[in-house]
Design a protein around this ligand. Structure first.
Ligand code: FAD
Ligand code: EPU
Length: 345
């Protein structure tokens, strides 16, 4: 399906009414490459989207938005593991539910994360004690110029906190078309985070973990079907451990998470909250009242409103703590992606 000069309202969870020259929904690798090549030949910018739950449109996109709906879930197994091959355009949460129904646990901590399965590796989605890389076997990409398929194993994806090779070497000219997951048949609940720590590892079921995760998420994160948002707007900052220790002395209740790779991760939501920014409004954008790390489309916000609010938040936190937050959300300008840090600096 293709539409000319059309609104992106249904295609971004911030519910921003930006427009694109053309929007196409594709369900095959062949069509994806064909449409991309047609635009490339005309020097028309192309933006690939899954469900638009991690993007912010700053203005109209003067190009072609291609929405990936390449579907299909194949399940294989060996003695110890379930092996799943999942089309990039499958909805992530439906995959989590589908697995639960089929008796294939392992994804329940990542329930209710919006977006497509094929977008999960891009920022290595994570929540409630698990990151995507712990389940990832491989990621299949297509080179859009020539249609060549390539399989990257998990090591080759260079996963990190909200990081992967898909934000760097494979950011342009490639699309993710499928992912492979490995889930051990011997299920071990991961109960390290928040309310999950109160559950008993000996008796808890995957369904109970799923229900608890959904309940925690619903209690603090706005439902994008009702209130426009893109989840955490900023990444949690990782700072030098000495700086974290100094801050901890001044703020003994400050959440802080020492990292195996060095440094200490702080909770950006807590930092923003300490600056009393919950409920701050700029134009139609607002800092969410239940979770300061989430910026919401409170009342017909524009991309410029959200940018101005993000700039205010970054500035206030920076002045207060000398910690300069970086957006997690991807900023999209008229010709393509922009450097989000530069935009709000
Ligand atoms: P999109 O927003 O459509 O795209 C994201 C980026 O990937 C864009 O740059 C796009 O150009 C590119 N892209 C899209 N598809 C492809 C493709 N097939 N090939 C190559 N590039 C592509 N994230 C977490 O990690 N943890 C959370 O707990 C979490 N909670 C959230 C809660 C809410 C309410 C919301 C709104 C968001 C949350 N997010 C969370 C962020 C978001 O859900 C994830 O980043 C998700 O993986 C984005 O998927 P998407 O399909 O919507 O990607
Ligand atoms: N906090 C506050 N005030 C706030 C928000 C948070 O004091 O307004 C404190 C909380 O009390 C807690 C700490 O900050 O002690 C962390 O908060 P929370 O558990 O809500 O998690 P988060 O760090 O804000 C991260 C991810 C989320 C993910 C949750 C659960 C990032 C950027 N965000 O949020 O991912 O769902 O943990 O694992 O890493 C996303 O990426 O879009 C996203 C929603």
């Amino acid at each position: 399906m293709s539409c000319q000069h059309t609104t992106l309202l249904p295609w971004n969870t911030f519910h921003l009414d930006a427009h694109a020259e053309k929007v196409s929904v594709v369900s095959s690798v062949h069509t994806l490459c064909q449409l991309w090549q047609e635009s490339d030949a005309k020097n028309q910018p192309v933006l690939l989207l899954g469900e638009g739950s991690n993007v912010l449109f700053l203005e109209d996109f003067q190009g072609h938005v291609i929405i990936n709906r390449i579907k299909g879930i194949e399940i294989h197994e060996d003695k110890d593991r379930w092996l799943l091959h999942v089309g990039a355009g499958e909805n992530w949460h439906q995959l989590v539910e589908h697995n639960l129904v089929k008796g294939i646990p392992g994804l329940e901590n990542l329930a209710l994360i919006p977006g497509c399965a094929g977008s999960a590796p891009i920022q290595n989605i994570g929540a409630y004690g698990i990151e995507f890389n712990q389940l990832c076997d491989y990621v299949d990409v297509v080179s859009l110029k020539d249609g060549m398929l390539k399989r990257l194993n998990a090591d080759e994806c260079a996963f990190g906190y909200r990081e992967s090779i898909f934000k760097h070497q494979y950011r342009y000219d490639y699309a993710i078309v499928a992912i492979g997951l490995t889930l051990p048949k011997k299920w071990q609940p991961i109960l390290t985070y928040g309310d999950l720590a109160r559950m008993s590892p000996d008796s808890v079921t995957p369904q109970q973990v799923f229900d608890a995760v959904c309940q925690m998420r619903r209690s603090k994160l706005p439902d994008p079907a009702i209130t426009g948002n893109a989840g955490s707007f900023f990444k949690n900052p990782v700072i030098a451990s000495e700086q974290a220790e100094e801050l901890h002395r001044s703020y003994p209740t400050m959440p802080h998470y020492p990292q195996a790779a060095g440094g200490t991760k702080l909770a950006a939501g807590w930092l923003i909250d300490q600056c009393a920014l919950k409920g701050t409004v700029v134009g139609g954008a607002m800092v969410h009242l239940q979770q300061a790390l989430v910026l919401i489309n409170h009342d017909r916000a524009t991309g410029a409103d959200v940018v101005a609010l993000a700039r205010t938040v970054r500035q206030r936190v920076g002045e207060h703590f000398n910690i300069w937050l970086e957006p997690e959300v991807r900023f999209i300008g008229s010709q393509g992606e922009l450097d989000a840090v530069k935009v709000i600096s």
